[in-house]
Ligand binder design. Structure first.
Ligand SMILES: CC(=O)N[C@H]1[C@@H](OP(=O)(O)OP(=O)(O)OC[C@H]2O[C@@H](n3ccc(=O)[nH]c3=O)[C@H](O)[C@@H]2O)O[C@H](CO)[C@@H](O)[C@@H]1O
Length: 355
């Protein structure tokens, strides 16, 4: 059987890469020639190169909504990126380009469109990011994680399919997770995931509240690259990791409660695993407001509580956690009652249908 070629793109943060990895894993390397186009130095480069999937770094500029000198410089980078991507795509002749968004995806989509290559895009957030807003007109099909997001795209080519979650997330084992952490007691585990890029204010607040937190929980703090504080390594019931990869499923299986940013992929993973969550979304100034909307949607459905970063102090954090634990059983019932379907298999079917 001849293999089909597919090119994935997306980057800038893990949220624009991990769903691609989930899909690539499902498609398999026996039937598909998998390739990835990303930026020259984004997180996608490390994540994809570790999988030994051919990676092509292209020139990419940040997309801005306002005009300034940097904007002109970035426009040139995007134009160069289109030329870079065109060269790669012309050589590979893929059946499909699949994009998870992020600014690096735009030149790839434009190049694919110029070469008449079918394009699928997937939007993880409640409202589209700038990259997918630009890309949607070139897309053959558009998929969204949130049902509410579909209305932002042309109805005839859009499906609210859900969030493609990597299979490995469901294969976690609580015993293995506890063994990994060296825990032998029954203390509940609170995992803090500050988004793939970390979260300085959350990290600081957690560390300030450590005496109270460790009295109640065993703390697993995923604090982002470069944010491990060696001076705190000796504190009992407190463990820090910058970023975990293959250990994540076991750690989550052992986790009782999470504190998280409002990145969509993490939220849907916790939903699928039925873990009660306290969301501290990025503010409008830090992001484009997408995390506030993701958090509000999850909170409205009873899957989470939200604590806004402007209100975040050690005291408000402890209060918010207490409230969350009081309503824990109801929240778990809501999480369990939510039937998200199997977006990963559905997406894979849609891709296979093109071959
Ligand atoms: C700063 C920024 O622009 N954030 C955006 C980015 O999220 P960002 O990449 O920060 O976060 P997401 O929650 O969407 O994705 C993080 C992914 O990384 C994984 N993970 C995380 C930590 C770790 O130690 N190990 C690990 O594997 C998570 O399981 C998840 O699959 O894309 C999301 C989806 O478009 C958006 O909602 C966010 O607003």
């Amino acid at each position: 059987m001849t293999k089909q070629t597919i090119v994935f793109t997306g980057g800038g943060s893990a949220g624009h890469v991990t769903p691609n990895i989930a899909i690539m894993d499902e498609l398999g390397r026996e039937e598909w020639d998998l390739h990835y186009i990303g930026s020259k130095q984004g997180i996608e480069k490390d994540l994809i190169s570790a999988l030994e999937i051919p990676y092509y770094g292209i020139s990419s500029g940040k997309l801005r909504r306002y005009l300034d000198f940097q904007n002109v410089k970035d426009a040139f980078k995007v134009i160069k990126g289109i030329a870079d991507a065109r060269k790669v795509l012309k050589k590979l002749q893929p059946k499909l380009v699949f994009s998870k968004g992020g600014f690096v995806s735009v030149p790839v989509i434009i190049a694919a469109s110029l070469l008449n290559i079918p394009i699928y895009i997937h939007e993880s957030d409640l409202t589209p990011g700038l990259a997918n807003k630009i890309s949607q007109r070139f897309a053959t099909k558009i998929f969204t994680s949130f049902e509410e997001a579909a209305s932002h795209f042309p109805a005839h080519k859009t499906t609210a399919i859900g969030s493609p979650i990597r299979q490995a997330i469901f294969a976690g084992d609580a015993k293995r997770g506890k063994a990994l952490l060296g825990i032998t007691n029954d203390q509940p585990i609170l995992t803090i995931m500050g988004g793939s890029l970390g979260a300085q204010k959350i990290n600081e607040t957690i560390r300030t509240a450590l005496p109270e937190l460790t009295a109640r929980y065993h703390i697993v703090h995923l604090c982002g690259k470069g944010n491990v504080d060696e001076t705190l390594q000796h504190i009992p019931s407190y463990q820090q990791f910058d970023y975990v990869n293959k250990e994540l499923p076991d750690l989550l299986a052992a986790t009782d409660t999470v504190i998280t940013r409002g990145g969509s992929n993490a939220l849907f993973e916790f939903l699928a695993l039925h873990i009660p969550m306290l969301i501290i979304p990025l503010t409008k100034q830090q992001s484009r407001g997408d995390q506030l909307l993701n958090a509000a949607a999850f909170t409205k459905k009873g899957y989470a509580h939200t604590l806004e970063e402007e209100q975040l102090t050690a005291k408000s954090l402890l209060q918010a956690l207490e409230q969350l634990e009081e309503g824990r059983d109801t929240m778990i019932q809501r999480l369990k009652a939510s039937n998200q379907g199997d977006a990963l298999s559905e997406l894979v079917k849609q891709i296979q249908a093109i071959s």
